[in-house]
Design a protein around this ligand. Structure first.
Ligand SMILES: [Mg+2]
Length: 335
């Protein structure tokens, strides 16, 4: 008998309160991870736990800001800034409009504090959306084209397309990645992330959700992905660094498998060092989709914030409440 494709994993429905809570958890969780990881970006493993051997529940807490880019305490970075740009493009265009998204990212990039080098090359290329990312990836070559820049902003697309079934959400992931990151490894990791979030939003357990997410990945990507998604793999075993799409995704999966709370998942990946804000944004999206917004510590939720430039040359402030509203709009617009 043919099985009907459940839109949101096994049991989800976009009107279900638990699904809404997980959708908010995904978008706010990504922003919280990003802000918490920002001070430790480019740092060594163990820096987070050395600074905070125990959770800091009083005073300023762990959202201390700083780092090489001097973030304010609680301020999220380019990962979440781009996610918000993606969210508005999807909502205002009613779906993926690659030209619109690329021009919004170009506007954002003119005043952004931090833009990854591959993303910067695409934004500065003056090429149209159907050529820019492909030509930049081809020019950079295989060893430099698989960075995490499209995966870091995958949460809004995952929410918007959660009702589209596996094929629908994975194709959307491809298209959203290809606006800046056209390497198949980047496109597939966004597609995999979309499906993982879709299943988690629907209440699926982690392992079946992961299986559904990677089942469609072709051998040319599986050859790099499978060793680091093995259930016995530990980040200390080596593998691609977390500034690559595969490395960042694998570390987030390791943390999700190993720890049973939002807090421990996010702090564990920050403690791996390297691209800490991005790996924590990805892990935060996944942990939020798994455990729900109610599982995000209030001391972090209360402090997370950031800015995205507006068309009139100003800036809009985003806090957890504004991001939560966006998450609800995205999941309610799900096809
Ligand atoms: Mg960042």
């Amino acid at each position: 008998m043919l099985q009907r494709l459940a839109p949101l994993g096994q049991s989800g429905d976009v009107r279900d309160e638990a699904v809404i809570d997980r959708a908010i958890g995904c978008l706010v969780g990504a922003a919280v991870g990003d802000a918490l990881g920002a001070p430790f970006e480019f740092g060594p493993p163990g820096a987070y736990s050395a600074r905070f051997p125990e959770p800091v529940v009083d005073g300023i807490g762990e959202m201390v800001g700083g780092g090489q880019l001097r973030w304010a305490p609680g301020q999220f970075t380019d990962d979440t800034e781009q996610s918000l740009v993606v969210a508005h493009s999807l909502l205002e265009r009613g779906g993926i409009d690659s030209d619109d998204l690329l021009s919004r990212l170009r506007r954002w990039g003119r005043s952004a504090n931090d833009v990854g080098s591959l993303t910067r090359a695409v934004l500065d290329s003056n090429l149209p959306a159907d050529r820019a990312a492909f030509e930049v990836a081809a020019k950079l070559g295989r060893h430099r084209s698989a960075s995490n820049g499209s995966l870091m902003r995958a949460a809004p697309g995952a929410l918007f397309f959660a009702g589209a079934g596996r094929a629908g959400t994975q194709v959307a992931g491809f298209q959203l990645s290809a606006v800046t990151h056209a390497d198949p490894r980047c496109q597939w990791m966004v597609a995999v992330q979309h499906e993982l979030v879709r299943c988690l939003l629907g209440g699926d357990e982690l392992e079946p959700a992961l299986r559904s997410a990677i089942e469609t990945v072709p051998p040319v990507v599986r050859v790099d992905l499978d060793p680091v998604l093995d259930s016995t793999w530990h980040p200390a075993d080596g593998g691609p660094s977390n500034n690559t799409a595969i490395g960042a995704f694998a570390q987030s999966v390791w943390a999700l498998r190993t720890f049973d709370s939002f807090e421990r998942v996010v702090t564990a990946v920050i403690d791996l060092g390297g691209d800490t804000d991005t790996v924590a944004a990805i892990a935060g999206a996944n942990a939020g989709a798994r455990f729900g917004a109610h599982a995000i510590p209030e001391r972090w939720r209360a402090k997370v914030h950031g800015y995205v430039p507006t068309d009139d040359g100003g800036e809009q402030l985003y806090d957890a409440d504004v991001i939560s509203d966006l998450a609800v709009q995205l999941i309610r617009s799900s096809p």
